[in-house]
Design a protein around this ligand. Structure first.
Ligand code: PLP
Length: 411
């Protein structure tokens, strides 16, 4: 429990927490709220601050020893708004503690920098989020860290063959960016741990439907920008760890580098969490209906959605995930050109064309040129590929819009 706080401001509601016995929606409604109402208001206020004042020099002198606890030492160590969000995210992921970063990408890069040193080797899936590949090929390489890209659907024996004595990190992302391969995280984590490597997971797609720490993950990364923010107007990330040892490592690196997130953005993310369960449920179900509709269309070669039985790793998805989100890919028939498919996307009424996902609105992004592979054949390039994000719109309206678009293609 944090101290040095305004009275009661961080006391969690009795209805929140892992042991409350309550469901996800109840916990998201009651978590991170002040136990003692501040002026009667429901919500925790935004606490902004750099300087923290102390009653005496003696007390100030003791504070550094506690700087990785939820104690206010200086603005960069966080304040009550950060701590409330940290606690909520740690709870969603079932972790020990979470750290909030300014962007999702910062959450991807921070643990790489925390665990890797010059001379180390790192394994990254070929389907990784593009900017994570960029730091491996750029800064990590420049700092003397070697990366091997691996097939995201590699099995335990295949991974064991890639492990070296200096392999310190197995990075994972499941499903993979743009191509949506589901990784066998428990099997891969077992191999990594047997070789003394840490397992990092970009769990942005899984959110709370994939519980990383019951499946061998050491560090779980989320781009809170997506469904937690939920309204396409905030950028944030989180790094959640399983143990205090990992916390000190990651929080220590964050402090060295100077990571920080705006408390205003943390407050917006806390607001987003209140409705996350309902938004996710609607968007996931709607995405499944749209994905199934795409599968029924002759213009489509295949749909890349892990929750569809046609997905090559659907069995793994069913074993390890309790649900999903609303982001998936569609590979169109190779008889269509990218230009023809781009024209369909341009003509859609309800879909914006742009990056990111997890907001309340539908998005479409032609992804063929985003898929950068060095270790494997992406296998999705048989035809023009588009990533769809389904928002909170009525499913029937979304399908009608897409239908009008596909009907313009020659048959
Ligand atoms: C899988 C994944 N991880 C991380 C990120 C980075 O998030 P942000 O946009 O907040 O930097 C993204 C963004 O699209 C993403 O798709």
């Amino acid at each position: 429990m944090p101290d040095h706080l305004p009275p009661g401001s961080q006391k969690p509601s009795q209805a929140s927490g892992h042991n409350s016995g309550h469901g996800f929606a109840t916990r998201m409604s009651h978590g991170g709220r002040p136990g003692v109402r501040e002026h009667g208001f429901v919500n925790l206020p935004v606490y902004r601050g750099s300087t923290v004042l102390y009653p005496s020099c003696e007390e100030r002198g003791t504070i550094n020893a506690r700087s990785f606890e939820q104690v206010m030492t200086y603005g960069t160590a966080g304040g009550p708004t950060h701590f409330a969000l940290e606690n909520m995210v740690a709870e969603i992921e079932g972790g020990h503690r979470a750290l909030i970063t300014g962007t999702g990408l910062a959450a991807c890069t921070l643990p790489l920098m925390a665990y890797l040193s010059a001379g180390d080797h790192c394994l990254i899936p070929d389907s990784v989020y593009g900017p994570t590949r960029r730091i491996a090929d750029g800064m990590l390489k420049r700092f003397g860290i070697e990366t091997t890209y691996y097939d995201p659907v590699i099995d335990a024996a295949g991974l064991a063959a890639l492990m070296r004595p200096n392999t310190k990190v197995l990075y994972t992302e499941s499903p993979g960016s743009h191509t949506f391969e589901v990784q066998d995280i428990p099997a891969l984590a077992e191999v990594a741990h047997a070789h003394g490597a840490k397992v990092l997971l970009d769990n942005t797609w899984g959110i709370h439907h994939f519980q990383p720490f019951t499946k061998g993950v050491d560090v779980s990364i989320q781009a809170l920008t997506k469904y937690v923010g939920g309204h396409s107007d905030v950028l944030l990330g989180s790094v959640t760890v399983a143990t205090e040892e990992d916390w000190l490592r990651v929080a220590g690196a964050a402090r060295e580098i100077g990571h920080y997130a705006s408390p205003d953005d943390c407050w917006l993310a806390l607001r987003g969490l209140r409705t996350l369960p309902m938004r996710l449920k609607h968007q996931y179900e709607s995405s499944l209906a749209v994905a199934r509709w795409f599968e029924s269309r002759p213009e489509v070669l295949r749909v890349l959605h892990p929750a569809l039985p046609s997905h090559p790793q659907h069995a793994l998805f069913r074993r390890d995930f309790t649900g999903g989100c609303s982001l998936f890919g569609v590979v169109f028939q190779p008889r269509y050109s990218t230009k023809q498919i781009d024209a369909v996307i341009d003509g859609l009424k309800l879909f914006g064309i742009g990056a990111s996902w997890g907001g309340y609105e539908c998005l479409a992004l032609p992804t063929t040129h985003y898929i950068s592979r060095t270790a494997t054949d992406a296998g999705v390039l048989e035809g023009p590929t588009v990533r769809f994000h389904i928002g909170l719109e009525d499913t029937a309206d979304v399908i009608a819009d897409l239908e009008a678009g596909l009907d313009t293609l020659p048959h």
